[in-house]
Design a protein around this ligand. Structure first.
Ligand code: SF4
Length: 438
């Protein structure tokens, strides 16, 4: 049976597979979510029978479709699915949509989902009023929704969205720019009309599709309400793009990114440190920076490679065709990458749990020196201190090397380090710990 804790994670993420990211979103949250982590309920030690207290207001038959993932930066967003899965689905490093078939959703179906989300919002606000909370979706109200086991995961997502009050919506799945521009614009207008409090709408897209779309088509989509596109650039090095079956060239990446920006949308490009392996790490770092230097996206987001057994790249790893760099090598690669970013004004973020040092982030070029200094500081540490930090990070207790010295971490971490050092293969243990976080 699904636990209460897991239900909350799913509501915040739209997926059982995003628990790591959900934990991060929850960590900065307010009292309600803290109380969940602590394992007790608000308002007294006895769990109230809320299912029986409020069932008439919330329509249990209401639901809408949601996909498996969203970017970490959309942890507090409403998730609406415009297309299903990925129309490409061949990238060797990607585990997300494998064995799932891409399909377009009819416009009327998407509109019906938006209507369902709007109806849920109205019912949750009505519930708040009935509970004497003046329409606010606060701890008590969101708790009432979460504790009603017959409500859909989508209902919980709407409640969490209202609770956080971000007004952000993320459109799932992998590439909504494949929709006919007129149909996508119509769906966006419907979304804006039915949920007028929406402040920002974002979506994933492939750069090859963005390159195919005319700027006028993208402008139509922008004017209809799409504010930001998230693109998985991964690398700008052509031989590596080919090896990974990414289905795009560096030139198309540049064209796609420029088209999005020319249409007036914000652009977030994801880069995958480690993807070049030991063979191509330098080329990966410098060619990726060169592509980004030609685009000047609003955001560059690092998302370090993992190679779990379920992805195709694992076969290359096992056969010796791909050598995955270690953490220290990846830090050196990120250093070269950041150093090679020139003439742009992007915000670089390390907002993914797989990144070794989360605080390597800032505005270019202003913060470039500071980011490089953080990486240099790590690389200058004695080997045992680097190992200790890596362990601390994979235990989920550190965001940057200085955290190791902070009060309260010292003793337990030292004991854990000694246990790791006693292992035959500490690297394997650290890898397993990292893989266990996603
Ligand atoms: S295009 Fe994106 S979602 Fe599709 S397989 Fe590649 S990385 Fe995965």
């Amino acid at each position: 049976m699904m636990t209460f804790y897991l239900q909350i994670i799913i509501a915040l993420t739209g997926s059982r597979r995003n628990t790591g990211a959900a934990r991060r979103g929850r960590a900065g949250g307010r009292a309600f979510l803290d109380s969940i982590r602590a394992g007790f309920y608000l308002g007294g030690s006895k769990q109230p029978s809320l299912e029986n207290a409020v069932p008439v207001i919330l329509d249990r038959s209401l639901t809408f479709e949601q996909g498996p993932i969203r970017p970490p930066s959309e942890a507090k967003s409403l998730l609406l699915r415009f297309t299903r899965n990925c129309p490409w689905n061949k990238c060797k490093f990607c585990p997300v949509y494998k064995r799932r078939t891409f399909s377009r959703r009819p416009l009327e179906e998407i509109k019906a989902d938006i209507d369902a989300a709007a109806a849920m919002r109205e019912q949750i606000v009505a519930l708040s009023q009935e509970m004497g909370q003046a329409g606010r979706v606060n701890d008590r109200v969101v708790q009432a929704v979460f504790q009603n086991p017959r409500l859909s995961d989508a209902f919980r997502n709407v409640a969490a969205w209202l609770y956080y009050g971000t007004g952000n919506v993320f459109l799932q799945d992998a590439n909504n720019l494949v929709m006919e521009p007129a149909a996508l614009a119509e769906a966006l207008r419907h979304l804006r009309a039915r949920l007028p409090e929406v402040k920002r709408i974002t979506s994933y897209a492939r750069s090859s599709t963005a390159a195919q779309r005319r700027v006028e088509e993208l402008t139509l989509i922008r004017q209809a309400g799409l504010d930001r596109i998230h693109i998985g650039l991964e690398t700008g090095y052509d031989p590596l793009l080919k090896f990974m079956n990414k289905g795009v060239t560096a030139a198309k990446q540049v064209q796609g990114g420029r088209n999005v920006k020319a249409a007036g949308m914000e652009l977030s490009e994801y880069v995958m440190p480690g993807l070049g392996g030991r063979q191509w790490w330098r080329e990966h770092a410098t060619a990726t920076a060169e592509v980004l230097n030609q685009i000047d996206p609003d955001f560059i987001r690092l998302r370090t490679l993992r190679v779990p057994e379920r992805i195709e790249l694992y076969q290359d790893l096992a056969a010796g065709r791909f050598e995955k760099p270690g953490d220290d090598e990846t830090v050196a690669e990120i250093r070269l990458f950041i150093e090679s970013l020139q003439g742009i004004h992007s915000y670089l973020a390390s907002d993914h749990i797989m990144n070794l040092i989360e605080t390597v982030e800032g505005r270019l070029p202003r913060d470039q020196g500071r980011m490089l200094a953080i990486l240099d500081g790590y690389l200058a540490l004695p080997a045992r201190e680097r190992l200790k930090y890596r362990l601390c990070r994979r235990m989920g207790r550190c965001r940057e090397p200085q955290d190791v010295a902070r009060q309260g971490l010292g003793l337990g971490l030292e004991e854990a380090l000694q246990r790791i050092e006693a292992e035959d293969d500490p690297e394997r243990v650290l890898n397993e710990m990292a893989d266990g976080m996603v």
